[in-house]
Design a protein around this ligand. Sequence first.
Ligand code: FMN
Length: 171
Amino acid sequence: MADGATMTEMVFTPDGNARAFRDALGRFATGVTVVTIAGPEGPMGFTANSFAAVSLDPPLVLWSPAKSSSRYVHYEAAEHYAIHILDEEHGAWLARFGRGGEGFHGLSHEINAEGVPVIHGALARFDCVRHAAHEGGDHLIVVGRVLRAAHREGAPLVFSQGQYGRFTPGL
Ligand SMILES: Cc1cc2nc3c(=O)[nH]c(=O)nc-3n(C[C@H](O)[C@H](O)[C@H](O)COP(=O)(O)O)c2cc1C
């Protein structure tokens, strides 16, 4: 914010205006990931921006699936999973792995050493084994220990205020 500018407040309080809470959260820019597991009927992928780094030693990362998700039971139970960081060219993956999306249909992938489907072309990937799960209100905080990580050169897809776009370095 420029000096002297005032913040137009959209106030959230616990007894109302959940929209203001969501809108305030949306001011935080994130990358976007797709979390994959071997589901009961084949490969499953889940669009998530709740990913965060947790620990370097041991190597731990987290993400948070909503308990209301139709896929929650499978993700809550998964012993192994892979977290893919999306490239700026992967905007179509948000819908593909969101609610009612086509998932892996028509997408080339392989199976890693733990039996998890992994997608080609991600900017980075973390192959994880479940480490811990913590109570997180209407979400579950899933912490994974990273078994292997890979990355390539490229630019991340960035998500903020309900929209995705490119990262522009420098001001
Ligand atoms: C950019 C983006 C990020 C998302 N991040 C999460 C997330 O971190 N956790 C979550 O539970 N759902 C997240 N969602 C929503 C899920 O991808 C999915 O649409 C939702 O869980 C409902 O789908 P389902 O009931 O078919 O599983 C995100 C969606 C988008 C588009």
